[in-house]
Write a protein that binds this ligand. Sequence first.
Ligand code: ADP
Ligand code: MG
Ligand code: MG
Length: 199
Amino acid sequence: MLDTDFFRRWMSATAAAVDREADRLTELDAAIGDADHGMNMRRGFNAVCEVLEKEEPATPGAVLTSAGRQLISTVGGASGPLYGTLLRRTGKALGDDAEVTVGQLAAALGTGVAAVAQLGGARAGDKTMLDALLPAVEVLESSFGEAGDAALAGALATVPLRAHKGRASYLGERSIGHQDPGAASAALLVGALAEAGEP
Ligand code: ADP
Ligand code: MG
Ligand code: MG
């Protein structure tokens, strides 16, 4: 079972990974966007850590809804509302159980990812964060390690794709040959699950 503390560890492991990789995320965004993705993610997840310390949410669902709200209110770029929606909707789907199963988390994350697709209008292969999130959700129930690998593979597989959503899509064909920054950060988020601990 995954308790509230697991979800707090997941958020702080994500914040640490984003902090470590912020320069790389910004470099990826410099190639096909506006060079702010590392900064956006760092600002957002710093704020998430602060709010989780202050509010001490009592359930797994409350940790994620409060993290999501925080991302929406602190990150100006496209990634703020999208990641905010992902976490808020995942949290809402978890309800107010004090502990949840991996199966519940996998289903809830599926709901969150579907909400991201609806909000941003992107589909698999559009060269967005969804290309890391969708394959991760598929295997999350087997193991967090596998989900992290699937997200990473999905992020790397965005290199030859042409962007159809977000700033990178303005480049058209010139977006080909670069990894999508949001897919790279989504792989950090999924990778942080294993750091928070296999159940
Ligand atoms: P901005 O583009 O506003 O500067 P960021 O640089 O923080 O925002 O985030 C860019 C990332 O957001 C992209 O790499 C992509 O993964 C993701 N993204 C942008 N638009 C969409 C969308 N419509 N659907 C899903 N993801 C998107
Ligand atoms: Mg950007
Ligand atoms: Mg921007």
